[in-house]
Every structure is written in C-alpha cells, then in structure tokens.
Design a protein around this ligand. Sequence first.
Ligand code: FES
Length: 273
Amino acid sequence: MATGTEPPQIHKGVHGRTRAAIGPRHLRTDRWWLAPALTTAGLLAFIVYSTWRAFANADYYAAPYVSPFYSPCLAENCVPMRAGPNWEIFGSWWGLSPALLILIFPLGFRLTCYYYRKAYYRGFWASPPACAVAEPHTKYSGETRFPLILQNIHRYFFYAALPVAGILTYDTVLAFRDEHYTWGHMGLGTLVFLVNIVLIWAYTLSCHSCRHIVGGRLRHFSKHPVRYRLWSWVGALNARHMQLAWASLFSVAFADLYVYLVASGAFDDPRFF
Ligand code: FES
C-alpha cells in the first residue's frame, strides 16, 4: 500500500540512485522559506529601484551632493557638477544615462559576491531553496561551466570596487561644502553620505577576496605580523559580510534617494551648520 513517502521514480538530481532514498522534499519543521522569501523581496526591491534611477538620468545632483549612482561622471551629457570627479572620457557620443557607465562596476562586484551568490541562488533559482531542502533541478554543475564559471572574476571586481569606494569617499568629503562650494557645511545629506561611505568601505573590505589578498598564501603568520594584523581586522569584518552587504545596499540606495528628493525639490536638506 502506498504511504506517500516512497521515493519518486525519477532517478535524477537529489533522487539519483546514489543518494539516500528519502521521499519527502525535506524534513524541516521550521519556517525555512522565510529567509529566501525575504531575500528575494529585498533584492527585487533594489533591482526595481536602481533600474529606475539608473535610467532616469535626472535629479542626481543637488549641490553639494552627487548621487552615488552617477559618480564619477564619465560622459559629457552629465548635468554640470562641481561636486564629484568629472572625467568625461566617453565624450559626447554617449547618449544614454551616464549612470550605466558606472554601475557596471559595483553591480559586477555585488553580483559575483560570495554572499549574494548564495542569496540569489536560493532566492531566485531555489538551488537549493534552503539547507536540507531538496532543489527541484535534476542537474547540478555548480560553478564549473559557462556562464557561472564567470563568477570567478569576483577578485577583479574587488580591485575595481576600491577606486569606486575611493571616489565615493571624495564625494563625501565634498559634501562638507555648501551650495556655494564653501567649506564648513554639514547638512543631513552630509550625514547620509558619511554613513553610506562607512558601510561601503566596511562591505568592500569584508570581501572574501580581500581576506585572501591580505592573509592568503602564507605559511607562517608569525613571519608576517603586519599581514596577520590586517587579516585579523578583515576577518572580523568578514564575519559580518552578510549584514554589511544588506546595510550597504540599503545605504547606497538611500543616499541616492536623498539626492533625488533634494534635487527634485521634494525635500529641503536640513543644515546643522
Ligand atoms: S565576497 Fe562578497 S564582496 Fe567579495
């Protein structure tokens, strides 16, 4: 008599002949679906918001603040800005939003990030949906084949993320000027930029590639005390990589939203001094 727990007859994937013959898809009794559901909702919200803002090509500069989505300016079609670096290396032929020239680097960095990979593999591809929950796919090649083998370029995106963080640091320093470019200003926007840049650096330096760069390929830490110290600091940040990934994702979106609200006239930047 059928009990409803017999293994399915498809002998592929987690139901392959070499795997334990467990009928149910999982034996978990907790709300295992909650984390992937929240992850998917959070990432979708960011994708929708950042796509809108990247293509908007408007309201990204309100002196002295320049949106992190649009800095540095690499094309001539940027609005005139005296905050933030202007390296118009793409000249006048670029007719699309200048944000598209910049966002490829932070986007590539996050897309190939070890944490985000786990997050969107689970959230969007259910591969697997959660620990100890069988995935629906019948084949698994990991990241050994095209296109996922390209995830290995993450370390190069880490190198690209460093100057991006440096430029956003420069923009934050310039946020201490007022709208007439006189030093000594501090508004709510300056504070928003400060929090954002701290989180951006914390996320960038907590990268697993960074940890390997500062502390990897060593036989004896005792012979490399400086690298050991750096590795300890990066390791402490690395332990919070997931939290920093989310915090910096929200902070960079919020910094952009803040500039949008001020630039569009929906909000006045309160000044502290
Ligand atoms: S592993 Fe997440 S940024 Fe490098």
